[in-house]
Design a protein around this ligand. Structure first.
Ligand SMILES: Cc1cc2nc3c(=O)[nH]c(=O)nc-3n(C[C@H](O)[C@H](O)[C@H](O)COP(=O)(O)O)c2cc1C
Length: 222
């Protein structure tokens, strides 16, 4: 499975099997993390076996989650676009996980922030986590906005349409999909709306757009 196919298969996984991720896959994920941290100047870390992140005294603390104890810490140096960069990098990890048979869920609200499990250097902050593990259960369904709800522009090329359709499959906080994508003079202007985590969502959406459209970051207008 490639990343484009992973976009179609991905959905948020909240129930996981009580099974460890094999060392080979952990190594591969850490390689991707290193690359993302280097190119985007981030401090993403993979935490394994932190049961307390979603349970209290052995009982589930956040109802929707089961066996959720592995996660990516999405963190980095504070800057204007940190949330967007973390969304972009997080979605890259989420889609790579799908290609390895793993499931994920971005979690901004319903988790316990166990600060002894990861390192934050001076000036860095954590935005949210991305749970990872083997899915237990079948595919969920969700409502989605339409192409016309989020896309703007005239005489748009096919790659733009493909990008928007991939963007509509991106996870967003509370499934809010508060973004627009406008095609103008060969470039795309991406905007976020008002709401929680909409800057993070925009990074996630931009990653899906690039994969769906088969383009790189140079298509984004300032
Ligand atoms: C930034 C962000 C924060 C999220 N926070 C939570 C959360 O705290 N708890 C939760 O159960 N799901 C959370 N989600 C998952 C969304 O609810 C989910 O992506 C959305 O409903 C769309 O469903 P899908 O991912 O299956 O396509 C979050 C997603 C994003 C992108």
């Amino acid at each position: 499975m490639n990343l484009k196919e992973a976009i179609d298969s991905r959905h948020s996984i909240r129930k996981y099997l009580n099974v460890a991720i094999e060392q080979e896959k952990v190594d591969k994920l850490n390689e991707i993390i290193d690359e993302l941290n280097k190119t985007l100047d981030l401090h993403i870390q993979l935490v394994l076996n932190d049961v307390d992140v979603s349970t209290k005294n052995g009982k589930p603390k956040y109802g929707a989650f089961e066996n959720a104890y592995n996660y990516f810490v999405l963190a980095g140096k504070r800057c204007k676009n940190l949330n967007e960069k973390l969304g972009y990098a997080g979605e890259c990890l989420a889609l790579n996980c799908v290609t390895m048979g793993l499931g994920t869920c971005f979690v901004g609200m319903s988790y316990t922030n166990n600060k002894d499990k990861y390192v934050l250097n001076k000036g860095e902050s954590l935005d949210l986590v991305l749970y990872v593990g083997y899915p237990n259960g079948t595919r969920g369904t969700r409502k989605s906005k339409t192409y016309d709800d989020v896309a703007k522009g005239e005489n748009v090329p096919n790659w733009f349409k493909d990008g928007v359709n991939a963007a509509l499959k991106a996870p967003t906080a509370l499934n809010q999909q508060k973004f627009t994508l406008e095609y103008k003079n060969g470039k795309v202007k991406a905007r976020y709306g008002l709401g929680v985590y909409t800057k993070t969502d925009l990074g996630i959406v931009k990653y899906n757009f690039e994969i769906g459209a088969g383009v790189d970051s140079s298509i984004w207008a300032d």
